[in-house]
Design a protein around this ligand. Structure first.
Ligand code: UD1
Ligand code: CA
Length: 464
């Protein structure tokens, strides 16, 4: 039987150095909260128990995590340090035998493979504890790890508690520890807060455990986020990782530095993404799409071979072969079928648009259901809002709305209808007809404005 593994994520701190009301671990990196990224890094090690230690704004942290995982919460009412945080799991893990992997909630760049390697190293060597370390050119702020040539660790000393000579040690503690729970249990209850910060440091258990082994990992994976500068640096690393993976999988990124792509976005091969494009949330971009320049896609699916130029698509579904933009806005559960065209300055909100329908210029289509091959004339507006409620517009297949027509909802227009330009329609229209609603055109011969009439005495001017 596989040995059992529990994980504990430390997520109770406020993160004072972030200078934010939001708890530090809820700040986002490439679309994921820091603590979600930490949890995602454990995806290859199959823990039997998952615990998060919460404190500052606990409810917010709990709801963010329980939305994505089956996880237990332990409250650390007062944040007295990382050692104190782990002490809170003692009652919860009563009777547990196995390993406890402790992860700082502010170390979001770890790869799942690294944690799998760590666990293997820990078990293969029968370590009491294994910790992740790295040698940093600038180790300022991190705890320093003191070990021998075989990476057997003697102690960890926090930066602020180090002597000047000790600060020269470049091997840092990443804040990721794998403990034999039974060994940790003998030490953990006895921590003292005898340090510069007067906190109970988890790192203080190390000197009393044996053997403790350090495992060096790439510096890019173990950056801890304490302030927004480090958040920005981590974001850049995360973006590079996401983009490198996409490039190698067959996605073209033109001027990749100007593009942002969330970790949650899926992009199929043979997609071209142009500069200044941002892909966010749970989005899928299918093969053959050409997205950008200057576009935003959020929580949306874009079908194969669709093009999107200088446009915004949020919370919507666009099928294949659709041409969108420039300057279109598709939002709020809009559903656009194959081969449509949604052109310049067209907004589509919470509407379904049938296959082959064109809305090429200057329209608002809201709360509407348009059939197939409809032609939406330039400037057509669905008048969906009466100041209190939203109402629905239905337009049948192959109908052509005239330029500048207003469809005052609720209204149903049948299929094969032609609507005269400039019409304001307030009543339903049956199939197969021409409909228009506008004042007839009048011509007044010889009419002149009043100020000219006086000057030309004797010449009667035509009156309206
Ligand atoms: C910690 C380590 C340091 C290491 C660094 C790596 C200690 C004493 N120091 O320092 O050796 O190099 O991480 O990034 O552990 N937290 C709680 N409860 C608390 C205090 C903190 O849950 O009472 C959580 C925080 O929310 C955070 C994590 O623990 O997610 C780390 O705390 P932080 O204060 O950032 O520790 P560092 O000073 O960075
Ligand atoms: Ca930290």
């Amino acid at each position: 039987m596989a040995e059992s593994l529990a994980i504990a994520i430390l997520a109770a701190g406020k993160g004072t150095r972030m200078r934010s009301k939001l708890p530090k671990v809820l700040h986002r990196l490439s679309g994921l909260t820091m603590v979600e990224s930490v949890l995602a890094s454990t995806s290859k090690i199959n823990p039997t128990r998952k615990i998060a230690i919460v404190g500052y704004e606990a409810e917010q942290v709990k709801s963010a995590l329980s939305a994505v995982a089956d996880i237990e919460f332990v409250e650390q009412a007062e944040q007295l340090g990382t050692g104190h945080a782990v002490q809170q799991v003692i009652p919860v893990l009563a009777g547990f035998t196995g390993d406890l992997l402790v992860l700082n909630g502010d170390v979001p760049l770890l790869r799942p493979e690294t944690l799998a390697d760590m666990l293997k190293t820990h078990r293969d060597n029968g370590n009491a504890t294994t910790i992740l370390t790295a040698e940093l050119a600038d180790p300022t702020g991190y705890g320093r790890v003191f070990c021998d040539d075989n990476l057997i660790v003697k102690e960890i000393i926090e930066h602020r508690d180090c002597t000047t000579t000790q600060q020269e040690n470049q091997r840092i503690n990443a804040g990721i520890y794998c403990f034999q729970w039974s060994a940790l249990m003998t030490i953990l209850p006895h921590l003292q807060a005898d340090n510069d910060q007067k906190e109970y440091y988890l790192t203080d258990v190390i000197k009393d455990l044996s053997p403790v082994m350090a495992m060096d990992v790439p510096a890019a994976e173990i950056g801890g986020i304490n302030n927004r500068k480090q958040l920005a640096e981590a974001e850049a690393l995360m973006q590079k990782r996401i983009k490198d993976e996409l490039l190698l999988s067959g996605v073209t990124l033109i001027n990749a530095d100007s593009i942002t792509i969330d970790a949650t976005v899926m992009v199929e091969p043979d997609v071209i993404i142009e500069p200044q494009t941002n892909l966010r949330g749970h989005s899928l971009i299918c093969s053959g799409c050409h997205i950008g320049p200057g576009s935003l896609v959020e929580n949306s699916t874009i079908g194969p071979n669709t093009t999107l130029v200088h446009s915004v698509v949020t919370d919507s579904e666009v099928a294949g072969g659709v041409r969108i933009g420039p300057f279109a806005h598709i939002r709020a559960q809009a559903v656009i079928a194959e081969n449509c065209r949604i052109g310049n300055f067209v907004e589509v909100k919470k509407s379904t648009i049938g296959a082959g329908t064109n809305a090429a210029h200057l329209s608002y289509i809201g709360d509407a259901e348009l059939g197939n091959q409809v032609n939406v004339g330039a400037g057509t507006i669905t008048v969906n809002y009466d100041g209190r409620d939203k109402h629905k517009t239905v337009v049948g297949d192959r109908t052509k709305t005239g330029a500048n027509s207003c469809l005052v909802a609720p209204i149903t227009i049948g299929p094969d209808v032609t609507i005269g330009a400039g019409s304001v329609l307030t009543k339903d229209v049956e199939a197969d007809c021409l409909v228009f609603a506008r004042s007839p055109q009048k011509t007044v011969p010889g009419w002149q404005p009043k100020y000219l009439r006086k000057a030309q005495l004797g010449q009667p001017s035509a009156e309206l």
